[in-house]
Structures are given as structure tokens and as C-alpha cells.
Design a protein around this ligand. Structure first.
Ligand code: ASC
Length: 156
């Protein structure tokens, strides 16, 4: 079969599935997309935060390179959240965000900035490979997670 013939046969299928995928996305509002996005960001954060927590709590042995790698990822990911709470996402169902986050937006944003600052500090500290300092920086960062969850996240 000639290449041109293969392309003629396959192209409609490829184009068709592209159109379907695009329309599935188009049915989602901007707010819903933002909620989905931020949940994904938090998933990636938790995935990388977990192993550091296990080391900080002495559940697994400290591995400086592993700890620093996780810290660097979390520091990179945290700032993504600054665009994950657009006004359009207010009132979207299936979110753990309490309405208070919207009425206290300045405080919410300050807490997000704390997370970004502390995770950046954690990554910088972790790079030096000192366990006690890394552990302290880890708990500083974890406390910024907790401060926001306590106030603005619906309890599981
Ligand atoms: C985690 C995780 C959180 C935070 C929080 C810190 O590993 O998934 O939500 O740390 O428990 O207090």
C-alpha cells in the first residue's frame, strides 16, 4: 500500500478523534478546568512531599540526594498554584475549597505565598544535604500546608 493511501485512510480517524477530544474539553467550563488543574498540582505535590515526610519522621533512612530532588520538585510545583484559583472557579462543585477562601482572598493568597517561600527555602536548604536543617525546613513548609488546610480545606 502506498504511503499516500495509508495517510488517506488514517487521516480521518486521527482528525476525528482530535475533534472529539477538543469538544470534550470545550464542554468543561474554565472554572471546572481550574479545579481539575489544581487537584492535579496537589497530587503531584503530595506525591513528592510524602517521601520527604517519611525521612523527616525517621520512617525511612535519610537520603540527601533523594530528599533534595523531592524538595526541588515541590518548590517548582508550588508557584503553579498562583493561577489555579481563578474567580471562575468560585462555586464549582466537587472542590474541597471552603467558601471562606473567597471572602478572605488576601489571607488565602498570603498563605499560598508562604507555601511558595517555604518550599523554595526547603529546596535551597535540602541542596546542602544537612539532615537536621533539611528536617526543620521540611516542617516549616509542611506547616504552611497545614495552616491553609485548617482554614480553607473541607475536612476529609
Ligand atoms: C503532605 C500532604 C499534605 C501535607 C500536610 C502537612 O504530605 O499530603 O497535605 O503534607 O499533611 O501538614
Amino acid at each position: 500500500m502506498s504511503l499516500i493511501r495509508v495517510v488517506r485512510l488514517v487521516a480521518p480517524v486521527v482528525l476525528g478523534s482530535l475533534v472529539l477530544a477538543t469538544s470534550a474539553h470545550a464542554q468543561q467550563s474554565k472554572g471546572e478546568a481550574a479545579v481539575e488543574y489544581r487537584k492535579s498540582v496537589y497530587e503531584v505535590m503530595a506525591w513528592n512531599f510524602g517521601p520527604m515526610g517519611a525521612m523527616a519522621q525517621g520512617k525511612v533512612p535519610y537520603n540527601a540526594a533523594e530528599f533534595a530532588k523531592r524538595a526541588e520538585r515541590v518548590a517548582f510545583i508550588a508557584p503553579l498554584l498562583t493561577e489555579a484559583f481563578p474567580p471562575e472557579s468560585q462555586g464549582v462543585k466537587r472542590t474541597d475549597l471552603k467558601p471562606e477562601a473567597w471572602s478572605n482572598r488576601a489571607d488565602f493568597d498570603a498563605k499560598l505565598k508562604d507555601l511558595i517561600d517555604r518550599t523554595a527555602a526547603l529546596a535551597a536548604t535540602a541542596k546542602a544535604g544537612d539532615f537536621e536543617k533539611s528536617k526543620a525546613a521540611f516542617f516549616d513548609a509542611a506547616n504552611t500546608c497545614k495552616a491553609c488546610h485548617d482554614k480553607y480545606k473541607v475536612k476529609d
